[in-house]
Each structure stands twice: as C-alpha cells, then as structure tokens.
Design a protein around this ligand. Structure first.
Ligand code: BDR
Ligand code: CA
Length: 313
C-alpha cells in the first residue's frame, strides 16, 4: 500500500490529539504538516497543543502552521466547557520547545498542493473548516488539486451537540462549511451519526491504560478528562470519540458505510445555524456534493486505534 499524503487541519482538543497520534502511528500515512484552526480554543492555543503532541511523539520533524484566527463572518465560539481551559486538559504536558512556523496555514496548504502532483493529497479537517474555505476563496484552482477532503462535521439523525440543531464544527463556522460543500471537491463527512456510535467505554479506557508509552498514557489521561463532561451529558455507556474516526476512515474505509448525496448547511437562521440538511432519501433533486457516512464497525475501529497507539513511544 502506498503511503497516503495527508494534511491535518485541527483544533486540539483531546479527540483531535488522538486523531493526530493515529496518523503518526500509521506506516501508511505520510503526514505533510498540521494546520491549527480556531475552534475548541484559540488558534494560538490549538497550535501550541499540536506542537505538544508532536513533541510527545518525538515527531518534531512535522511542522505546525497557524491558520485563521476566527471564522469567516462570525465571532469565534470555543468549547472550554468540554475540553478544559487549554483545550487539551488531562495530561500534564510541558510547554513544547517545538513552535509553530511563521508561514500561515492557508499559504502552507496552497504551496504544498502546488508542489505535489495533483490529486495526491488528502486534507483531513477535524475542526471548523475556516482554513479550507479561506484557501478556496484565495485560489480555488490550487485547492482543486486535493485528492479529497475528509471532514468531521455535521449530523443527520443525531441532529446536534453544541445546539439542538448543530454539530460543533459546523456551528463554529457554517459559512466555511458551506463554501467547502459547494466547492466541487470530493468531500466525505464523518458526522455525529458515526461518532455517537463510537464510544469510549470503561473497558476500552482500561485497555488503553494498560498500553506502554508516553503517548498512550497521555491519550488515557485526555480521554478520562473529556469523558467527565460527555458521560454526564449523554448518560451513555461511554463518551463519543469524534475526530479519530476521520483518520480511521482514511486508513480503513471498509469499516464505514454511507451514501454520496446532497448536504447543505444552514448559514442564516439564528435557531438552526450550522444545522446540516442531509438529503439522505434524495428527495430534493439537488446534486450530490458529499459522501455522508452513517455506520461504522466500532470494534474494528477501536482495534485499529489500540494497535496504533501501542506502536507509539
Ligand atoms: C467536534 O467538536 C470538537 O469539540 C471536537 O474536537 C470535534 O472535532 C465534535 O462535534
Ligand atoms: Ca476537533
């Protein structure tokens, strides 16, 4: 299997951190760089958090680029109530020596796409889609060189997690998501319909605790921290683990199923801002613009994550 070239656009976030670790652990992924997004916390903080993960995994060779500091046309919203003050509360990780590059994340994305053969790079977005949208506004013909976009965002039958109608990444920058969905790029959405089926139960957390290595220890501390909020909120047997599902899909698409259909996002209504309108039954006649995933082999995905984290030091 050829190594897949990947750029991750992220707002760590404990679940983002596990997604990054999963990518770092895979011999099948060539991670070209990380773009920090404003989302769970400020872009300054998400960039620092990404650097912390890379330093923990001893992968300072991978560079971090700060992206846009705020959404396209709305004030920023954050999620410290879920992720803690740093956005990545749980483990006690030192201030990293590894620091973000001077180059802007959007410039990095465009220059990297221009420097590689067309349709060889996958962009994984696991935060609000602001940087992708900014790149699309700036140079759509360069962004069209992407092989695909795999995005954690949106929901259909699970409706919302930050409002009754909207998933966090969609709600934080719905205008960006609308630009991405209408760009003509091949977009795969990994929505709450998937991530609410992928729960970190006490058994899974215990299995993680038994793994050796600093990364697995940090992952365990992070998931223990983030579970405190979600277990109380949902009352489920485990807390959903969102962002690693994207990397899981890149590595093992056979673990997932969905349909290529039309998905739009609400950008005006104060009541339903960020809601994804998913034409699952294809009743609108609107052209398909996204592959919307709806089912996952959660045991298969967990096995992949556990095996992967056991390979990191
Ligand atoms: C998404 O929101 C963020 O808080 C998580 O990191 C994930 O990307 C889930 O709705
Ligand atoms: Ca995220």
């Amino acid at each position: 299997m050829d190594r897949q070239k990947l750029i991750i656009d992220t707002d760590p976030g404990q679940d983002d951190a596990i997604a990054i670790m999963l990518a770092l652990a895979s011999p099948h992924i060539d991670l070209l760089g990380i773009i920090a997004a404003a989302g769970n916390v400020s872009v300054e903080q998400t960039a620092e958090n990404a650097c912390k993960i890379l330093e923990l995994a001893k992968r300072q060779d991978i560079k971090v680029y700060k992206g846009c500091p705020r959404p396209i046309r709305r004030p920023p919203i954050t999620a410290q109530h879920v992720h803690g003050q740093t956005g990545m509360d749980g483990p006690d990780l030192p201030t990293p020596l590894h620091t973000p590059e001077q180059q802007h994340g959007v410039t990095f994305l465009l220059e990297t796409l221009a420097a590689h053969p067309a349709h060889t790079i996958t962009l994984v977005t696991i935060g609000p889609m602001t940087n992708l949208a900014a790149a699309l506004v700036q140079a759509p013909e360069t962004v069209a060189r992407l092989k695909q976009v795999v995005a954690m965002g949106g929901a259909w039958s699970e409706t919302g997690n930050i409002t009754p109608a909207a998933e966090f990444n969609a709600f934080a920058d719905p205008d960006a998501m609308a630009i991405a969905l209408n760009s003509g790029l091949p977009v795969t959405l990994v929505p709450l319909d998937i991530t609410h089926r992928f729960l970190i139960t006490p058994d899974r957390l215990e299995a993680l605790a038994k793994l050796p290595g600093h990364c697995a220890k940090a992952a365990h501390a992070m998931l223990t921290f983030s579970a405190r909020f979600d277990l109380n909120k949902y009352g489920w047997p485990g807390a959903p683990l969102h962002d690693p599902c994207t990397i899981g899909y890149v590595l093992c698409p056979h673990l997932f199923a969905g349909k290529t259909i039309n998905v739009e996002v609400e950008v005006s209504s104060p009541l339903t801002l960020g809601a994804t309108v998913v034409d699952w039954w294809q009743v609108t006649g609107r052209p398909p613009n996204a592959t919307f995933l709806r089912s996952v082999d959660d045991n298969g995905l967990w096995t992949l994550i556990l095996e992967s984290l056991s390979r990191l030091s």
